[in-house]
Write a protein that binds this ligand. Structure first.
Ligand code: NAD
Length: 441
């Protein structure tokens, strides 16, 4: 078993740290946010992920897991230091590597024995070479530090499961020593390991994410065409899904991808290509389709209604997908301001994302409109003139077509996640607009 430190306790760092502890390693999770560290020490997860809090409490109680802001004590005698800090998008599309650089500097100042630094964050190809150089330039003690790449593939909403039962672990190393150490750390997980060089590992992450983004945008593009030619995107997707070369997953049309990964990783790869004098046309197309798709519901509703001014608008779902409290790049963040600008009175329901959303749009008057957070879909729908579905939470899917008809003043629904069968909504008397399918009137 190894002594492991993890820098950053976000979705990636915290879940990795907790899962390493669960597999028997001695783990210290480091963050710069003192409040977060205190919250974690009290057994509460700062992020919403199924099963995470239980594992945090169990491994903390059993003494294999701790949290600290004192990076020096965590890094000085670690066998491996995993970096899971953010690499957010900059205005030009490139990845901001300043958090990685800060951690690298802190590691260089702290390590007192040979150690492997493992970058889990998504970073442009070649970054790990630079991180290794940077750490060695600033090393205080006479020790050996090597850097490895170990990109993360977890999906928010199923992060713990995705880590414990990952389809593959990618390790990118430049020496036998680093490769063996990482293999040993992952040994108790009994997962397939793909061992490549550092640059290939970095590229595997972007190539995988961007392929999935492309798949989503492709289906959304086809969905928009389906509407124009009278085809049904769900039937089309079902027909496609039997082809093993296409696969069954990521064929759902909707209002585009969000979250902290696909939007920034598509732009980052586009930027990397540009820097190398190459135009990555397919990825650029995926980005453009997604940008258009995010406000599709608003555009459809604007064509249907004269104004949103004074209308009671039910919004079901705020997060970028179910199972997470993350709002980064969520479609709701694009559509809600447009509705508020038009003077809409919004009644929003989200089982876990409302608190974060209220930090951006506080309850009450917001510009020309207003926003009220409610605790059930039914409360949002009561007397509403129009309803938007942005996230397919279980609570939202449980609302029956008849409920829209019964509770809303005018049962007009714009569904960005194709939750309902068109005919069922039509039969219940709901005017139902979705993505890539006919309208029920
Ligand atoms: P996050 O923003 O949720 O968490 C980052 C954490 O790092 C924060 O808690 C922050 O306080 C902390 N931090 C910043 N500087 C620090 C320092 N010097 N020392 C210690 N902690 C520090 O980020 P995330 O969503 O977990 O993503 C992290 C990386 O993993 C990104 O590169 C992302 O692209 C990649 N990734 C994310 C996901 C995902 O689903 N979120 C999946 C795969 C890969």
């Amino acid at each position: 078993m190894y002594k492991i430190a993890v820098a950053g306790t976000g979705y990636v760092g915290l879940v990795a740290g907790v899962c390493f502890a669960e597999k028997g390693h001695q783990v210290t999770c480091v963050d710069i946010d003192r409040n977060k560290v205190n919250v974690m020490k009290s057994g509460i997860s700062p992020i919403y992920e199924e099963g995470l809090e239980e594992l945090m409490q169990k491994n903390y109680a059993e003494g294999r897991l701790d949290y600290t802001i004192d990076y020096q004590s965590a890094y000085k005698d670690a066998d491996a230091i995993f970096i899971g800090v953010g690499t957010p998008e900059q205005p030009d599309g490139s990845a901001n590597l300043s958090y990685i650089a800060t951690v690298a500097r802190q590691i260089a100042e702290s390590v007192e024995k040979d150690c492997l630094v493992v970058v889990k964050s998504t970073v442009p190809v070649g970054t790990n070479d630079k991180v290794e150089q940077f750490i060695n330039d600033f090393l205080v003690n006479d020790v050996r530090v090597e850097v490895a790449s170990n990109p993360e593939f977890l999906a928010q909403g199923s992060a713990v499961h995705d880590t414990l039962y990952a389809e593959r672990v990618i390790i990118g190393t430049e020496s036998k020593w680093a490769e063996e150490l990482l293999m040993n750390i992952y040994e108790p997980f009994h997962l397939p390991i793909v061992s490549v060089n550092r640059r290939s590992a970095e590229m595997i992450k972007y190539a995988s994410n961007d392929f999935l983004a492309l798949k989503i945008s492709y289906m959304n593009d086809i969905a928009n065409l389906c509407e124009l030619v009278g085809a049904d995107i769900q039937d089309v997707a079902r027909g496609m899904s039997f082809d093993e070369r296409i696969g069954r997953k990521f064929l759902n049309a909707g209002i585009g991808y969000g979250g902290s990964c696909f939007p920034k990783d598509t732009k980052a790869l586009e930027y990397i290509a540009k820097q190398n004098g190459y135009e990555l046309k397919t990825v650029t197309a995926a980005i453009n389709v997604n940008n258009e798709q995010k406000t599709l519901l608003y555009k459809k509703a604007s064509k249907r209604l004269i104004t949103f001014n004074g209308l009671k608008v039910a919004v079901l779902g705020l997060t970028f997908k179910p199972g997470t409290d993350d709002l980064r790049e969520a479609a709701s963040l694009e559509n809600v301001p447009l509705l508020l600008e038009q003077g809409a009175d919004i009644y929003a329901f989200d089982p876990v994302g409302a608190e974060n959303f209220a930090k951006v749009y506080p309850e009450g008057k917001n510009g020309k409109g207003s926003i009220t957070y409610v605790s059930s879909p039914e409360d949002a729908l009561k007397n509403a003139n129009v309803c938007f579905i942005f996230t397919e939470w279980g609570e939202v899917k449980a609302v029956t077509p008849e409920t829209y008809k019964k509770l809303m003043r005018t049962s007009l629904v714009f569904d960005g996640r194709n939750i309902y069968k068109v005919d069922e909504m039509g039969e219940a008397g709901v005017e139902y607009h979705s993505v890539g399918r006919k309208v029920a009137i």
